[in-house]
Write a new protein. Structure first.
Length: 178
């Protein structure tokens, strides 16, 4: 036993001799790609169009952060793996859930993108605050900003597809980069 960083008591666990039993994976409720193929292809095209005008690192950070906020396990699995395959560090990915306390891990441009992602995803006030938009506009040129807004919109749509149809995480394999 020892006292952890928050005053909690932690017991050392003895080495397990058997693997813990896991819950059974739930099947997806429906297959959007099969049942709505034109809509699915349009989403893929829109995602690709947004990505072409955006720095790939920023794009993956935005996708991971929106997926965290929307609780989309499938998208978290996919975009974390994509970011790692593209060379993103584990440390920066881990810190995304608390990026406001970990600003030193990210550039000003990345912070502006994360801030805009949160504002567009959560819409706490029913709109994106002017100061958040102004910071993003200061870091991105108009074309980049337009692509960023589309990218955030698209990942939010994908997240909603994922959580509604209950896409199961753990099966995605990223394409090879470079």
């Amino acid at each position: 036993m020892f006292t952890g960083h928050c005053g909690t008591t932690v017991a050392y666990m003895s080495q397990r001799t058997t693997a813990p039993e896991r819950n059974v994976e739930r099947p997806a409720r429906l297959e959007l790609a099969e049942l709505a193929p034109e809509a699915y292809k349009a989403m893929i095209a829109l995602d690709g169009a947004a990505r072409r005008g955006l720095d790939p690192v920023v794009a993956e950070l935005v996708k991971i952060r929106a997926s965290q906020l929307n609780h989309c396990a499938f998208c978290l699995d996919m975009h974390t793996k994509d970011a790692l395959a593209a060379g993103e560090s584990v440390e920066r990915i881990i810190q995304l859930s608390a990026w406001e306390e970990s600003l030193h891990f990210y550039s000003a441009k990345e912070v502006a993108a994360l801030e805009l992602t949160e504002a567009m995803t959560v819409l706490t006030d029913g709109f994106v605050p002017d100061d958040v938009y102004a910071r993003a506009a200061a870091e991105f040129d108009e074309t980049e900003l337009a692509h960023l807004i589309v990218a955030i919109t698209v990942i939010n749509a994908w997240n909603r597809f994922g959580v509604t149809s209950r896409l199961a995480p753990g099966h995605y394999t990223p394409a090879r980069h470079g």
